[in-house]
Design a protein around this ligand. Sequence first.
Ligand code: SP5
Ligand code: ZN
Length: 364
Amino acid sequence: MRVIHSPLHRLHEPPYELFSGRAGPSWEVAARADVIRDALAADPAFALELPSEHGLEPVLAIHDPGLVRFLAEAWDAWRDAGGSDGGFMADAVLHRGLRGQGVGETASPEPRAPGGRIGYWCFDTSTAITVGAWPAARAAVDVALSAADAVLAGEPVAYGLCRPPGHHAGRLTFGGYCYLNNAAIAAEHLVRAGAGRVGILDLDYHHGNGTQQVFWERGDVPYASLHGDPDRAYPYFTGRADETGGGAGAGATFNQPLPAGIDDAAYLEALDRALDWLGGRHDGVVVVSLGIDTYGLDPLCDFGLSTGGYHEMASRAAATGARLVVLQEGGYHLPDLGENVRQWLRGAAGLASDPVARSAAGPA
Ligand code: SP5
Ligand code: ZN
């Protein structure tokens, strides 16, 4: 299987995040991508390659030019304004009630100060602008687009080791460790290349609010997601089952909020429902937002999936006959992250699980 990765992700190492109201080290670290890369490099079933450059046009097909301009300029503007090393976050965000009485009532101009600009575009306190956030995010997009190109060239499945992740970034917003929406950009690239209707299957623990927003009114990019119920789980404001799309996209969004502690068997039932729903709605290519934060040992999340579950999950996705562009999203338990991704991809390729030793604490 072709595996696309870029070392440029290492330019981005967020110094901290606010988690449950406390500042702590970022969970989204460069080592995440490195352990995945190492696990795949050690298995002859995988061939690693660098991405090719695709420029900004595919990015601007999905994201507002103002957001792209901010991300490109943010670090230099912060430094020029006297900002310190490390990274910066918003100290005020554009709340919907700030100027008018409700949603969208009064448009607000983008402020000039970097601290105001970040609050204009970013919606959370997990997603610092660092010196390398922009080049790393650009490289992750090229990784995703190159994986899509591999499938367009005839591969039944290809993997893009994207970092930073993407599915929380919308047309006008970034957050959730995400700056540019790799999966959305890849899906649109596939549509424009003539792949017809392109499905998106989002298996990250967190709802892909950005992907949902981008394709909310699109009938040709159906979006199906399994995730922690927003009643308890980030990003809190999206992902309920009654969110099903609007306009030309009415009925083309499918959300399954799931309970804490869900095990492989119950998750696989939910996956079967998502695959059934997606099956008749695409023309042969599905982009998978692969989050491994559904793992039983993940430090951020509360699902109970096992390494064996990832192999089975991928086998079922591949058994639908869809060609898969698999893109990395979350996953924060470093000791087993590489092996879990490797098992998912072996399942997707129709290979036996062939397990290797993993951390002693891992579920069977
Ligand atoms: C790509 C991805 O997985 N992004 C996830 C970003 C989550 N960021 C903040 C989560 C805050 C959750 N706080 C609740 C703590 C419960 N112990
Ligand atoms: Zn996640």
